[in-house]
Design a binder for this molecule. Sequence first.
Ligand code: AGP
Length: 613
Amino acid sequence: MCGIVGYCGSRRVVPVILEGLRRLEYRGYDSAGIVYLQDGKLIKHRSEGKLSRLEAIIGDAIIAPAHIGLGHTRWATHGAPTTANAHPHSDCSGNLVVIHNGIIENYHSLREELKDKGHIFTSQTDTEVLAHLIEEYLENDLVAAVKKAIARVEGSYALGVLWAGMPDALVAVRNQSPLVLGVSEHEGTFLASDIPALLPYTKEVIFMDDMELAILKADGHQIFSLVTGLPVEKKVTTIDWNPAMAEKAGFKHFMLKEIFEEPQAITNTVSGRINPETGEVVLPEIGLTAADLADIDRIFLVACGTSWHAALVAKYWIEKYANIPVEVDIASEFRYRHLLINKRVLTISISQSGETADTLAGIRIAKEMGAKIITICNVVGSTMTREAHGTVYTHAGPEIGVASTKAFVSQLAALFLFTLYLAQKKQTISRELGLELGQELIGIAGVVERELPRLQKEIEHLIESYYDCRDFLFVGRSLNYPIALEGALKLKEISYIHAEGYASGELKHGPIALIDKDMPVLALVPQDEVYQKSISNVEEIKARQGRIILIGTEGDSHLRTITDDVIYLPKVHSAMNPILYTIPAQLLAYAIATKRGCDVDQPRNLAKSVTVE
Ligand code: AGP
């Protein structure tokens, strides 16, 4: 939920930290702070609000002759987003500071214990407890003090520590919150919550694992296990994202850039995984043997938010083509219900970040119960990918906009790949059908690429009479029902309009009472197997003076007899409609939100990765 950055090396540290925080602001942006060591003293600047306010406070100190420091951009979990609660937090001496991403679950009892020992607290945060706890154990060995403090702590943390008594090193600890090191022979050593902060300086990264402690120095690093106390050798991963990919590339917002990246994201996700001649799907990282596959008699899909909508689509595909029963769970519900899981159940998490706390907790429970775990994920080396038995990466590249777009369509592509893989292994589809579906998936990226510019123009015109609505309904049937849910989520999370998604057939069971001349309804009505039923539902809305937007198949002139507001899409295989029909829904949400002057990339109250429960 927060972004942390650390650096020690030859560069001036303040600009490095600020640039890193700027690239991590999507992880949380209600307050920010920085600390660096200059002439033996820790200099700290903090502010509430966005990073720009911190930069204004720092002013000329940006050229401070300092080469080691930490920075933090916050998404509040304990304590309001104020300057006093902004990280870094100091101990009583002022010679030790910490930055933290996660939740210290036993902070209250620790805080009381430390107050009884005379520690004075200046914030309402759980994080500040860590600074005082380390101080309590600190004599002349910071690493030993951090280890003792961590042994007392329950909860999740990605931690950075800087002590004036050890001026040439940072200490970092990771447990259940993401933490990645950047290593470079010439630039020094970096610490960050996520990859984009590192890209201007290095593409060589090390993903820390839970209960690991790192010592970072200008000329190198060491990593230890907090379980064994022994040094651990970690793999260095080369990231193929360039800094530009994490920039806006000329678009007004990351979200629009990422919508227009969707054709490439789909192509990157599919390429190398389907033999275009035979249709055979290969998923080398899936981690399932033929025996595992033969043994599977049920699949659980577990996810949150937009990723859960992808799971809902996958249920239709897997049951239809692979003939395996699928249950779809919202992760925060999955982890608390009585689960009937055994080794014959395959549990799949779907997550852009690979760090969503509820989803991560869900797969840990399923794994303990003997299930095989696969994750569909966009971030190489993220926690879920390291805890699952197998992975199907979505190669969407960094998704900075809080509203997930290219990651979602990439999740759909990856899930369809997985469906074909399963169906081919279990021989539930013919070679011909496998080839046809594989070619449809390969081709959908080109359809999206061709249609995007036209769709953007048509939708920007269309929203003129809808952007000031207070409510919106999205309806769809079968494979398009989850896309109705996704369209509603996109609109509500970036434009703050109340929007709900429904199965079209569900309208007459209550929601149709909402329909009147002020209630806009966007209906997804491709000419697919349920087209006639969908049109009947739309006629019911029309009969009650509902304002209707139709997204349908080009050439379907009947749609214009129902409403003037029709967006046409090319006819594709009905299995591909969820990918194609998502695009106008995303563009509609983006156009309305920008027209309303909303902060599209960093909507209020949200963060890109929900790494706390
Ligand atoms: C998507 O637009 C939302 N920002 C949110 O629902 C997101 O999909 C959800 O938090 C899950 O995140 P994940 O895919 O990283 O697990």
